[in-house]
Ligand binder design. Structure first.
Ligand code: TXA
Ligand code: MG
Length: 317
């Protein structure tokens, strides 16, 4: 049984589990989060696998305080004003990644921005300090289920898929944090939450615009703008590269002449997920125009990998 009462001992254990790449569910003031080391791509892949998510959307990265957040992202004056007013608390700020930001590409879906949040819950705070790494943590439920406000809900959904569930009682807010995009020129409200547009307007001294959230689904070329999309044209389900094509390979059988990136020579889907966005970027860096993509099995994390590849291969406007 992974369900344990939150205590100094269990939280110290949780910190160790996280540093070793494991998954720990923990309470925040909004909902229970499914946490993993945000700097470890394979640990982040394990979050998607446990949730059974059919696609990779960018995750919120949790840190203990503003100083830790500023080490990962670049804050404008307005972003900092909101952080000072509402952190710790149920507000997430999307900011530009700082150069050298160690957060895994998979956690930010390959974007040059990162969503940061400082939770206001004693257990979440202690877990962050015990782990000593930023934590990627979406709500701790299976994909398509409602967000958990009790440790028991997490256990019902994910009990067989996580190393630990820290029980810290019922969460206070029950809805996920407000998400504000502060990465561009003006601020935009991406997801409403218990920090309201009026609360934010009072701090800024002007109203905040409503922006479009980065949706996980459906597949539409119009949404590519908000996800990282490579310049190269992708040819999916390719047995091998043709003349002039680079190759995105998967598994041992992959041919290895020409420019080849193998997502996982051993055919491990978690490793492939962790490498995916860096691979797409590497084709851009090499100015590849055409990329043949070997088939990825449509099981487990392969479903999300294929979803992302299909989006990346979709015709652009
Ligand atoms: O209350 C919460 O925020 C909970 C608890 C566990 O802290 N966490 C949570 O995390 O809801 P998550 O990862 O499921 O939230 C993802 C939301 C999505 O709406 C996503 O589009 C947005 O954050 N998001 C994350 N990174 C983004 C980015 N770089 N740009 C735009 N939106 C982003
Ligand atoms: Mg959720």
């Amino acid at each position: 049984m992974p369900l344990v009462a939150a205590s100094d001992t269990s939280i110290a254990d949780a910190g160790r589990v996280i540093r070793e790449g494991g998954l720990v569910a923990f309470p925040t003031e909004t909902v229970y989060g499914l946490g993993a080391d945000a700097t470890n791509g394979e640990a982040v892949a394990a979050i998607f696998a446990a949730k059974g998510r059919p696609s990779f959307n960018p995750l919120i990265v949790h840190v203990p305080d503003l100083a830790a957040a500023e080490a990962l992202g670049v804050f404008s004056d307005e972003a900092r004003a909101l952080a000072v007013q509402f952190w710790p608390g149920p507000l997430t700020l999307v900011v530009k990644r700082r150069a050298g930001c160690p957060v895994a590409d998979l956690a930010t879906a390959g974007l040059d921005t990162v969503a940061l949040r400082v939770p206001d819950h004693p257990v979440a705070q202690q877990v962050l300090r015990a782990a000593e790494v930023p934590l990627a943590a979406p709500s701790a439920n299976r994909s398509g289920h409602v967000s958990p406000t009790l440790a028991r809900h997490v256990d019902e959904d994910l009990g067989d898929r996580v190393a630990m569930i820290l029980d810290g009682g019922a969460t206070v807010h029950g809805v996920e944090s407000t998400v504000v995009d502060a990465s561009g020129d003006g601020l935009a409200l991406l997801r409403p939450g218990s920090v309201t547009a009026d609360d934010i307007a009072r701090v800024l001294g002007h109203p905040i615009a409503r922006g479009a959230a980065v949706a996980a689904a459906p597949v539409s070329p119009g949404q590519l703008a908000s996800h990282y999309a490579p310049k190269a044209r992708l040819r999916l389900d390719a047995a091998a590269a043709r003349d002039g094509e680079a190759l995105l390979a998967f598994g041992r059988a992959a041919p290895s002449t020409g420019f080849v990136i193998n997502l996982s020579p051993s055919g491990d889907l978690a490793e492939a997920a962790a490498q995916l966005f860096a691979a797409l970027r590497a084709f851009d860096a090499a100015e590849s125009r055409e990329v043949a993509v070997m088939p990825i099995p449509e099981t487990g994390l392969g479903v999300a990998i294929n979803d992302r590849l299909r989006r990346a291969a979709a015709p652009r406007p």
